[in-house]
Design a protein around this ligand. Structure first.
Ligand code: FAD
Ligand code: NAI
Ligand code: MG
Length: 517
């Protein structure tokens, strides 16, 4: 049996290596062209974004059926569920990103990728304006203008390029930007947890405050302030980030910087009475208990109203119903209060009558078509639907749209054959087929598979939907294992799966280090 085990291990290893090798090779592709061989026009499908909606759409699409162009300022897909693991080095950033071109170069039909951001749209002309963008940002640039100003770094000498692009079909998958609710000082003084660059900034800041504090005497109030890490927002992003940082303090910084570690304090500030409000009450209470044990300072019923460079000013509701103003000093402020609409999405909404009442995102129908348009589709965090703004939803919408565009091509192809018949006796049969296809165009249906959040100290909470018959909620060490395997499974490429497992093994064996980014 030892022989069998060894044999299986070697076989599995070979399969993995082969799969990773295969993933790293481009394939022969059908080139883009204005017409199909039968003379039918090949339509241009422009996809905006390279996130959880757009990439699954692309991966599942038969790209020989359209001239596909993908436009995104970020030339990689980011596996957001593991982003909170980056600042502490639990996972390395290259392990959770996949370049757009390693995806597009492996599809059956040629796909053009443009590193640019859509800045405006003219739906009457089927035209978008795109601006080349060399930096990936969260949607704010040091000040809260609501628009995203990309700054082209001057070392390249690249001048900003703006151009237009026409589409027959447009899919909007630009996601959302971090919300600030217009609270003064947020964009200037805090770091979001949305992009790789945010995680790198948090990493740098952690070591900056540690090293600065280390130069000050132990009882210096400035030292105390520097070592306060404040996380605003008790949604899953804030909870996971606080949990990961506390792990780093307890498991690693304790070894290398015992004096500083004792004074490092993570505070999580939440406006509502509870954290993780999308999870059930049992899990919410479990999270509270774990935070208590792990020394995360949980401040609920506390709303940040203003951010200054060294303190946040909050309104705190007391049990007797009165409120008081409290100032909380911080060395690092991480801002995770959910989503706001991007300027491109707002531009599109402003140009369509049916979207005039839309506030929190594009209104779409059951085919994910933007209300008030014929040829614009939208998915993920830039839409406002009955579904939550999660990767799970965007992913399923992307898969669905890939099928829909396949069906739409079939329909259009039949229409073309009816208009340009090679055999007139066929027309009736084709017309029937067309009717049948049109009547049976599938609608999007969301299947909730459960949600999981890591809460630190190797514990996780999970709301699991097992079929339709039960709803299991768990918390604890076992859930942590489940959480990790679920993510490993969800990580999209085999290469990423291997890299993440290796990162976890490295941390298990050697711990996380305490160097700067
Ligand atoms: P995104 O994935 O954000 O993609 C948007 C894309 O559009 C990006 O490539 C961006 O660069 C690009 N873009 C932006 N502006 C423009 C423009 N003007 N023109 C063209 N392209 C543009 N959800 C879960 O279900 N489970 C989780 O565990 C989970 N964990 C998360 C952890 C964190 C830290 C965060 C921030 C989110 C997490 N989410 C999770 C939520 C999930 O990431 C989002 O719901 C999901 O990314 C939405 O997909 P999307 O395609 O709409 O947007
Ligand atoms: P969120 O919207 O879920 O939570 C934001 C929290 O910030 C809210 O609880 C809100 O009350 C609080 N808040 C807002 N303003 C505040 C203020 N001024 N002061 C104090 N608190 C304030 O946002 P999050 O966590 O970024 O998640 C966004 C989406 O992504 C959600 O749909 C979430 O489900 C999904 N997601 C899922 C994850 C998972 O399943 N593991 C992980 C991360 C995100
Ligand atoms: Mg997307």
């Amino acid at each position: 049996s030892f022989g069998a085990a060894a044999f299986s291990a070697v076989a599995a290893g070979i399969i993995i290596i082969y799969k990773v090798y295969q993933e790293s090779q481009p394939v022969q592709q059908v080139p883009q062209s204005p017409f199909f061989p039968n003379g039918e026009k090949k339509k241009t499908l422009v996809i905006l974004g390279s996130g959880w909606g757009s990439i699954p759409l692309l991966k599942n699409l038969d790209t020989t059926l359209y001239n596909v162009v993908i436009v995104s300022p970020r030339n990689y897909f980011l596996f957001t569920p593991l982003l909170p693991s980056l600042p502490t080095g639990t996972v390395e950033f290259r392990s959770i990103i996949e370049p757009v071109r390693s995806i597009t170069r492996r599809l059956p039909g040629e796909v053009i990728y443009l590193e640019a951001e859509a800045t405006g749209i003219d739906p009457t002309k089927n035209e978008i304006t795109i601006k080349q963008s060399t930096t990936v940002h969260s949607g704010h640039s040091g000040q809260d203008t609501g628009s995203s100003k990309s700054t082209v770094p001057d070392y390249t000498g690249i001048e900003e390029i703006t151009t237009t692009l026409n589409y027959d079909y447009l899919v909007v998958g630009v996601g959302a930007q971090p919300s600030t609710f217009g609270i003064p000082g947020v964009a200037e003084h805090s770091t979001f947890m949305k992009e790789i660059s945010d995680a790198a900034t948090v990493r740098t800041k952690i070591h900056d405050v540690i090293e600065a504090a280390n130069l000050l005497p132990k009882d210096d109030p400035e030292r105390k302030r520097l070592l306060q890490i404040v996380v605003c927002g008790g949604g899953p992003t804030g909870v996971e980030t606080a949990g990961e940082i506390q792990d780093y303090i307890d498991q690693d910084l304790k070894k290398w910087l015992p004096d500083v570690q004792q004074q490092l304090r993570v505070s999580l500030i939440e406006a509502l009475p509870n954290v993780l409000n999308s999870f059930n009450a049992k899990l919410v209470n479990y999270t509270k208990r774990v935070f208590n044990e792990t020394n995360i300072n949980l401040l609920t019923n506390t709303t940040i109203k203003k951010v200054e460079d060294k303190v946040v000013i909050c309104n705190q509701k007391k049990p007797d119903g009165t409120t008081q103003t409290v100032e909380i000093p911080y060395g690092i402020l991480i801002w995770a209060t959910g989503n706001a609409t991007r300027s491109f999405t707002k531009d599109l909404m402003s140009k369509i009558e049916e979207q005039k009442n839309a506030r929190r995102g594009l209104l779409i129908d059951e085919y994910l078509k933007v209300d008030g348009t014929d040829n614009i589709y939208a998915l993920g965090d830039c839409t406002f639907t009955k579904y939550p703004p999660t990767a799970q939803v965007a992913f399923q919408e992307g898969q669905y749209l890939a099928q829909l565009f396949q069906k739409k091509h079939e329909l259009e192809s039949i229409k073309y054959q009816i208009a340009n018949p090679t055999d007139k006796t066929n027309i009736e049969r084709l017309a029937k087929k067309l009717d049948r296809l049109e009547a049976n165009l599938p609608k999007f249906q969301y299947e909730y598979k459960g949600s999981l959040a890591y809460i630190g100290s190797e514990k996780a909470v999970a709301d699991l939907a097992m079929g339709t018959w039960s709803n299991i909620s768990t918390g604890g060490g076992l859930t942590f294992l489940l959480w990790r395997s679920a993510y490993i499974y969800m990580c999209l490429s085999v290469k990423n799966q291997v890299l993440v497992v290796l990162d976890w093994m490295k941390v298990y064996l050697f711990g996380r280090d305490c160097s700067k980014e």
